[in-house]
Each structure stands twice: as structure tokens, then as C-alpha cells.
Design a protein around this ligand. Structure first.
Ligand SMILES: Cc1ncc(COP(=O)(O)O)c(C=O)c1O
Length: 374
């Protein structure tokens, strides 16, 4: 049997990983400034995370949501504390798309409406309504097409207000910083406008925090810069540091009813153990503070480097836009300097390293980038 060939892959096999470094099967070491797409939050094979998962495996790895799983409550309490949303409620699932799918579904249950506002260049996942709310026609199959999603220009308060005047809106879904879209940050003023319009129209504000959340920007949710709360936060990637676990944090105004949401694997024992280990580490090692400090250092060091068209981002979610002539830079960083980075169209280098990188790793990257472009 062959693999279904949907991924363009680098000709590299990673055999081992630790912290912010990975090694290929020939022993070559690479600096990981990509984190497998923002997933590695506390560093590869972090000892506390390994220990928690290993201990849990010896007890019980999985049972369905038909029994008590105290680890879920432990996770919810810890998430409430670390995220600063202690009165919110947690529903656990398995991926970012599934989290957004459940958020949009919950919004529609709540106000009985169908229309969703999403934004140009948004990415919310590859399933049903999540992909319909993703601004990329190439990944929307005919069966996913719907007239229920309106795509508006990002950060455009007039277009937003006009859409609320013209339609009965169920939900607005927005990334605090668009990741796949090229590291484009929502303004505090725009997020506040979403909050106000949702309040006055009984619509639901969904903060997609799958990529920009979990401490990456120095705040737990990047949307927190606006000083207003969303109704639902979706999260995934950094939540398990590579163990598949996702969830939505739900405002107390939503009342749960049995069977309105559900999943077989979501919230299983092992997933909870991994997610608890991540939050404990974020708290113990002050990783949000580190992400803010090292991120600010990188942005500062790069701000006067010639040939950068635009430098964007916050904390450890950084986009470096380069002119077309430098389109080989990402490949050179990987093959010449042995540094993994991400990319976004048209020519943006995306940095999504673990939240515990230090200045040594930052300087290693900055030196390599300068060699390539300055
Ligand atoms: C902002 C955002 N939302 C949702 C998703 C979908 O997450 P998953 O691939 O876990 O379904 C992604 C994945 O890249 C994302 O970046």
C-alpha cells in the first residue's frame, strides 16, 4: 500500500529531537524555528512532558467520555488559571479544525442562526464548516461550498459594521494573528469592534487561537491585546507539544446540553496528561514571558536589516517578508544553515519556534538570515 501523496515533503528524515534541535538519520543537527508548524511549544521531548505521558501510559491511556476522567477537570482548572479565564468551560477534541467546527456549531446552537463572518486570507482548518470559513478556494471541495460564510477584508471596521447591518450574523471567527495568511495581526480596535457588534447583535465572537494562542505571543491568547474577552477560544497546536489534543474554551453564557457536542477520542487520559504537562511547564518556566522577551529581541535585531520588505508579528510568531529576488532564502536556511523555518505566500519566512528558545538560538538564526539577505 502507498501513502496518499498529499504533502510536498523535504528530503529529510528526522530521527531524534531535543529542545529546539532535531537530528536527521545521518546525525546532522538542525535548529527548529518552525516547531512542526507551531506545535512544539515547550521544546521537543521535554522531560516533564515525557514523564507525565509515560507515567499515565502505565495507568490507563484511553477510555471514552462515558466515565469520569478526573484528568479533564485537572486540565480545565489549570487552563482556566494559566489563560486567565477561570469561569470558562472546556470541551476537548483532537485537532484545530475540529475545535473550530465545534465553536461554529455551538454558536449556531446558541443563537439559532447560520451566517458566519470570516476574513480574507483566513485559515481555520480542512473540515466541513472550518474549511468553508477558510479563504482558499483550492482546498474547498464542492460539498463544502456554502453561502453561510461571508469573507470580509481583515481589520476593516466599516465592512464589518455593514455586514452586521445587512445580515443576521451567528458568529465572527478571527485569528488574532493570521498565520497561514502571512503573520498579519488583527488590531486591538478591530477586535473591540467585533466584541461590540457581537454584543449588540447577540452574535458569537470566536477567537481562533489554534496557531497564535497558547502563550506564543507573550499573552495566553493573542486576542488578549484588545482587553476584551471572546465568547469561544479554539486551541490546538501548542496545547499538546506534539500529542494530538485540542479544545474550545467556552464563556459561561453558554449552557451545555447533553449530546450537543461529542467525540470518541477527545479528552482521553493520555491527551490530558500531555496537555497538563505543557501548561505546568509554561507556568513553571515562565514561557509566556520568555516568548515576549526573545520575540521582542528578534524583532529588534532584525528591524534595520536591509532587504526586509516588512517585519511583522508579536512574541514568537514572526513574519519576515522578503522581495521576490530572495525566494531561495527559506531553502538556503534549511540546506546551508540547517535551520527549519515556515513560509507563507508570497515570500514570507514564518518563525514559530518553541516558547523556550533562548538568545543563543535567536542569534544563530539572525546570523544565518543576515548572511543570506544583508
Ligand atoms: C489558525 C488555524 N486554525 C485552524 C487550523 C487547523 O488545525 P488542524 O490542522 O489541527 O486541524 C490551523 C492549522 O494550521 C490554523 O493555523
Amino acid at each position: 500500500m502507498n501513502l496518499f501523496d498529499v504533502y510536498p515533503v523535504q528530503d529529510i528524515t528526522i530521527a531524534k529531537a531535543q529542545g529546539s534541535y532535531v537530528w536527521d538519520d545521518h546525525g546532522q543537527r538542525y535548529l527548529d524555528f518552525y516547531g512542526g508548524h507551531a506545535v512544539i511549544s515547550i521544546g521537543h521531548t521535554h522531560p516533564h512532558w515525557v514523564q507525565r505521558i509515560e507515567d499515565q501510559m502505565h495507568k490507563i491511556s484511553f477510555y471514552s467520555n462515558s466515565i469520569h476522567i478526573p484528568l479533564q477537570k485537572e486540565l480545565a482548572t489549570l487552563l482556566g488559571e494559566v489563560s486567565g479565564k477561570e469561569d470558562y468551560q472546556l470541551f476537548l477534541c483532537n485537532s484545530g479544525a475540529e475545535a473550530n467546527e465545534n465553536a461554529l456549531k455551538l454558536a449556531s446552537f446558541y443563537n439559532g442562526r447560520k451566517k458566519v463572518i470570516a476574513f480574507k486570507k483566513a485559515f481555520h482548518g480542512r473540515t466541513s464548516l472550518a474549511v468553508a470559513a477558510t479563504d482558499n478556494p483550492a482546498i474547498i471541495a464542492p460539498v463544502n461550498e456554502t453561502s453561510n460564510v461571508l469573507f470580509l477584508p481583515f481589520n476593516d471596521e466599516f465592512a464589518l459594521a455593514a455586514a452586521f447591518r445587512q445580515h443576521e450574523i451567528s458568529a465572527v471567527i478571527i485569528e488574532g494573528i493570521q498565520g497561514v495568511g502571512g503573520i498579519i495581526e488583527a488590531t486591538a480596535s478591530f477586535l473591540k469592534a467585533i466584541r461590540n457588534l457581537c454584543d449588540s447583535h447577540n452574535a458569537v465572537y470566536i477567537a481562533d487561537s489554534v496557531q497564535c494562542g497558547y502563550g506564543r505571543t507573550g499573552k495566553f491568547y493573542s486576542h488578549d491585546i484588545a482587553g476584551v474577552d471572546a465568547d469561544i477560544y479554539s486551541m490546538a497546536k501548542g496545547m499538546g507539544n506534539g500529542f494530538p489534543v485540542a479544545g474550545i474554551s467556552i464563556s459561561p453564557k453558554f449552557k451545555a446540553k447533553h449530546s450537543m457536542l461529542g467525540t470518541t477520542f477527545g479528552g482521553n487520559h493520555l491527551a490530558c496528561a500531555a496537555a497538563i504537562a505543557v501548561l505546568e511547564t509554561i507556568r513553571e518556566e515562565k514561557l509566556m514571558q520568555n516568548a515576549a522577551e526573545v520575540g521582542a529581541y528578534i524583532l529588534d535585531e532584525l528591524k534595520d536589516v536591509p532587504n526586509i520588505t516588512e517585519l511583522r508579528g508579536r512574541g514568537l510568531m514572526i513574519g519576515i517578508e522578503l522581495p521576490e529576488a530572495f525566494k531561495q532564502v527559506k531553502a538556503n536556511l534549511l540546506h546551508k544553515h540547517h535551520i527549519f523555518t515556515g513560509e507563507a505566500k508570497p515570500n514570507v519566512i514564518r518563525l514559530l519556534p518553541a516558547l523556550n528558545i533562548g538568545k543563543t538560538e535567536a542569534d544563530h538564526f539572525i546570523k544565518a538570515l543576515k548572511e543570506e539577505i544583508a
